[in-house]
Design a protein around this ligand. Structure first.
Ligand code: URA
Length: 433
């Protein structure tokens, strides 16, 4: 077999066979296929697409290119969720303990943040003592004992994806639905859960800017998961404005705690409940509304918050911070941004807010940047809220005061105002299964 023939076949619009895809993935993983051939095939796939069978086969091969986490000890109860990335998205911190308190087994490997979207592992590291690296034996023992563990990605998970993603990044081939779907799902399959719920974000702060693209990505990922023997569904959720009111690592942990303690309601709580319910619905094969009621009960009864404390404590974190969030270190400098007019907040551009938080130190521009865990933004006026000229709409937090002016300029650009209350769209826009 020759890469030359595989590339020309895809260039001419034909579907690749399992043997051809296997040859490609093996060669990428071992380094035997040179980058120029890989890049050429990626571009051919970008331009010609892939059918559902090719996509599933490619994904399965990528998943098996490295370690496959074995969660078979948990039968059908292992459950994972994945978000395609958004601003202020701290749902894992809420969903994981809800799901675990309902008896699911959440063995979660999460990533670090890059660019304007945050990473769960960074957020968890703002809890003093929390260990994001544990041995695989301890990881599985923890899930077995308390039902939840959230650690950083370790080991050799889907190494073919790592190579392909790096090449896509520099060859303008990232934004291809078959390639995104196979990239995300290869890691989810390798992470081992039987039940997988995908939170596909759509809107200004998301990878997918239109509902049509988000639906196509969701469908491609659900189809791949099912073809590979997993139970999968996807919720398409809005990311036009940041999720909740906090953007930035410790600030988001504090907000998640307030949802788990029943002190904060609204869109973050709604989407977290919908995701946890979907995980339960898949794992126990029960209707979504019944699963939703059980998830709501886990939250309202305090069972989910108790589970979060158990989980954080198991991983070495100081649970005193969960009981008393004023213990979290505050950034040295804060600055209130004032409303320029009277009226209502009609929109808040999530991507611009994410970038403003990054300027304040909350995110990484490159993967080696060190983040400031206490930096970020707390929105006091969200979409639909009434505002008064000269009253504050959000507060900026940073340890570098030279960044405040730039961040304030960005935040004011992100907010738009109207004289009448804007219509509010639902947070969960669609379910794909
Ligand atoms: N996230 C991934 O893991 N892969 C992609 O291709 C895009 C987003």
């Amino acid at each position: 077999m020759r890469m030359y023939d595989i590339i020309s076949k895809k260039r001419d619009g034909f579907a690749l066979t399992e043997e051809e895809l296997q040859y490609f993935v093996n060669g990428v993983t071992s380094g035997e296929v040179p980058d120029y051939e890989t890049s050429a095939l990626l571009m051919a796939i970008y331009l010609r697409g892939m059918n559902a069978d090719e996509c599933a086969t490619l994904t399965d091969l990528m998943a098996h290119s490295g370690d496959m986490v074995d969660l078979s000890a948990f039968d059908d109860l292992s459950a994972d969720k994945h978000s395609t990335g958004g601003v202020g998205d701290k749902t894992t911190l809420i969903v994981a303990p809800i799901a675990a308190s309902l008896g699911l087994k959440v063995a979660k490997m999460s990533g670090r943040g890059l660019g304007h979207t945050g990473g769960t592992v960074d957020k968890l590291e703002s809890i003093p003592g929390y260990k994001t690296t544990v041995t695989s034996e301890d990881f599985l023992a923890q899930v077995s004992s308390i039902g939840v563990a959230v650690v950083g990605q370790s080991g050799n998970l889907a190494p073919a994806d790592k190579k392909l993603y790096a090449l896509r990044d520099v060859t303008a081939t990232v934004s291809s639905i078959p390639l995104i779907a196979s990239s995300i799902m290869s890691k989810k399959l390798a992470a081992g859960s039987k039940n997988i719920v995908l939170d596909v974000k759509v809107g200004s702060g998301a990878f997918m800017k239109t509902l049509e693209d988000a639906e196509a990505l969701a469908k491609a990922m659900v189809d791949i998961g099912k073809a590979c023997g997993r139970r999968v569904s996807a919720l398409i959720t809005s990311m036009d404005s940041p999720l909740g009111y906090a953007v930035g690592n410790s600030l988001e942990v504090i907000e998640a705690i307030s949802v788990l303690r029943g002190e904060t309601w609204g869109r973050l709580r709604d989407v977290s409940l919908a995701l946890a319910a979907e995980m339960l619905s898949l794992a126990e094969n029960i209707p979504s509304d019944e699963a939703y009621r059980r998830a709501e009960n886990a939250l309202d009864s305090g069972a989910a918050f108790a589970k979060m404390k158990e989980w954080v404590s198991y991983q070495g974190g100081d649970v005193g911070f969960l009981d008393n969030t004023s213990l979290f270190t505050e950034a040295k400098f804060s600055h209130d941004v004032l409303s320029p007019c009277d009226g209502y907040v009609s929109s808040i551009d999530a991507e611009i807010i994410g970038n403003a938080a990054m300027v304040l130190g909350a995110g990484r521009e490159t993967k080696d940047d060190v983040i400031d865990l206490s930096a970020g933004i707390v929105l006091s006026a969200n979409v639909g809220d009434r505002v008064i000229r000269g009253r504050w709409i959000c507060t900026l937090y940073t340890n570098d005061p030279s960044k405040l002016a730039d961040a304030q300029r960005r935040v004011l650009e992100a907010y738009t105002f109207s004289s009448d209350a804007p219509p509010l769209s639902p947070i969960v826009l669609k379910k794909i299964q």
